[in-house]
Design a protein around this ligand. Structure first.
Ligand code: SF4
Length: 348
């Protein structure tokens, strides 16, 4: 099991739930817009937010953002160690740096000292573009060189007594990413930040992330996830939630199962499904609800569901654990089904 690391008011690692992260896509110094975006993703279930710190203005803005953010804020820093120091000074909860690109031992030492004194957490690691030459020469371009590069960066910080470390080693190749994190999980007990990097747009990106992150979570690997997508930030959080639910890491919601429909479907089942999805989207209760395409097979195929509906020829049946207990005209069925959902969820 991984160690527990404190990031602001949140803990990751150990037995803590897998935390969802995303990254703001607005310049950090545009404080009001950034806060609005943080609030939006927080409402959707985001646990930790990262912001890019490109210049001093961004680093200073963190102080104001921190006052309003309901979730921990991570500063993403490249090359300039002074921005790391400034962000820590602004009260950031975690920084993401690469000790190899912030300009020499004395600068790494200065950042490490500030991390140690402040207790601020740090994420270090590697990606396929930053694998150290020594490991490439020794192991070639593979999961070992990628993971060992990340571990080397961890070693640099450990040398200065930094312990609040989270590791990442991302790749856009799903198979390489999965193998790298499996390797890391055997070699270290620091929490792992997992994700497929540069995964693309919604279509392929969601699939790549689901396979990569999902495979690792099913192995019990991964303490925090970021679904990287070229899409609105909110989509990353929604996709992350769906991945966590699909692997059973989040059970506190209403799961909807529905059949693919076939020639036996004789009512507006897709319309009903959309209606039910909206109705239960915010409910936090572990329930399984079925929306099925036909009365003949629907109740039987959804036998393990707490509640279900199936329709055909102008009427619908509502059932519990596969047993029909109510038959109604299709025009009345939506409201009756909703009433039954409310009885189960206590939302009456
Ligand atoms: S439940 Fe009925 S409509 Fe849906 S796929 Fe099965 S047989 Fe077809």
């Amino acid at each position: 099991m991984s160690k527990v690391v404190k990031i602001g008011n949140t803990y990751i690692g150990g037995k803590n739930p897998v935390a969802i992260q995303t990254m703001c896509d607005i310049k950090t110094s545009k404080i009001n817009d950034v806060i609005k975006e943080i609030e939006e993703v927080y409402e959707l279930g985001c646990d930790i937010i990262r912001v890019a710190v490109k210049d001093e203005e961004d680093a200073v803005a963190i102080r104001e953002i921190k006052k309003y953010s309901p979730i921990p804020v991570v500063a993403d820093i490249h090359f300039d160690y002074r921005l790391a120091l400034k962000s820590i000074d602004s009260g950031v909860d975690k920084i993401r740096i690469n000790p190899g690109n912030i300009g020499g031992e004395d600068k790494v030492a200065a950042v490490a000292k500030a991390l140690k004194e402040s207790g601020v957490a740090v994420r270090v690691g590697s990606n396929t573009g930053s694998v150290e030459k020594q490991f490439l020469e020794k192991y070639g371009k593979n999961e070992i060189s990628l993971a060992e590069s990340a571990l080397k960066n961890v070693g640099i910080l450990e040398k200065y007594g930094v312990e609040n470390i989270v590791i990442s080693a991302k790749a856009s190749d799903v198979s390489l990413m999965v193998k790298t994190y499996r390797y890391l999980a055997k070699k270290t007990d620091y929490p792992l930040h997992i994700g497929v990097t540069e995964a693309g747009s919604m279509n392929m990106g969601v699939v790549k992330n689901s396979i990569g992150i999902g495979s690792l979570l099913l192995d019990g690997i991964g303490d925090t996830i970021r679904v990287s997508l070229t899409a609105p930030v909110a989509e990353e959080v929604l996709a992350a939630k769906r991945i966590l639910r699909s692997v059973g890491a989040d059970k506190n919601y209403v799961e909807i199962i529905s059949c693919p429909t076939c020639g036996r479907t004789a009512y507006d089942m897709k319309g009903l499904l959309e209606y039910v999805e909206k109705a239960v989207s915010g409910i936090k209760k572990p329930l399984k609800i079925a929306v099925m395409g036909c009365v003949v097979n629907g109740p039987g195929e959804a036998k393990d569901c707490d509640l279900g509906i199936a329709g055909g020829d102008g009427k619908c049946v509502i059932f519990k654990k596969g047993e029909v207990f109510l038959t109604a005209a299709e025009s009345d069925a939506r409201q009756l089904f909703l009433n039954e959902i409310e009885k189960l969820t206590g939302n009456e």
